[in-house]
Design a binder for this molecule. Structure first.
Ligand SMILES: N[C@@H](CCC(=O)N[C@@H](CS)C(=O)NCC(=O)O)C(=O)O
Length: 96
């Protein structure tokens, strides 16, 4: 039993399983160059996260303003907490 738990924990750590448990949601707009910078970074790293385009989704735009405090994109929600600024977002993604 202990061995099984140890194996599971080791697997999760080695595969980054714990990192993926962090809930990520990127509010963006296709026409925004700062959003494109983040999207390009994600593509280069082969990393997929949930993205919502506030130019196409009115509910998402309202959600961003309500929960983030402003309409600016890109904005990455990390476990429900907003992070604005493309450079900060890329730096955070790089480390997590
Ligand atoms: N310094 C910010 C600039 C972000 C920015 O200027 N985004 C524009 C769209 S390209 C924006 O959302 N402006 C505010 C607004 O439209 O209300 C970053 O690097 O993320």
């Amino acid at each position: 039993m202990f061995r099984k738990i140890l194996t599971l924990l080791t697997t999760l750590l080695l595969t980054g399983g714990f990192a993926e448990m962090t809930e990520l949601k990127l509010y963006m707009r296709k026409t925004c160059p700062f959003c494109q910078k983040v999207a390009t970074y994600l593509k280069e790293k082969g990393r997929k996260i949930e993205m919502v385009d506030i130019g196409e989704d009115d509910t998402a735009r309202e959600e961003l303003i309500k929960n983030g405090g402003k309409r600016q994109v890109p904005c990455l929600f990390i476990d429900g907490k907003p992070m604005y600024e493309s450079n900060d977002i890329i730096q955070w993604l790089d480390k997590n």
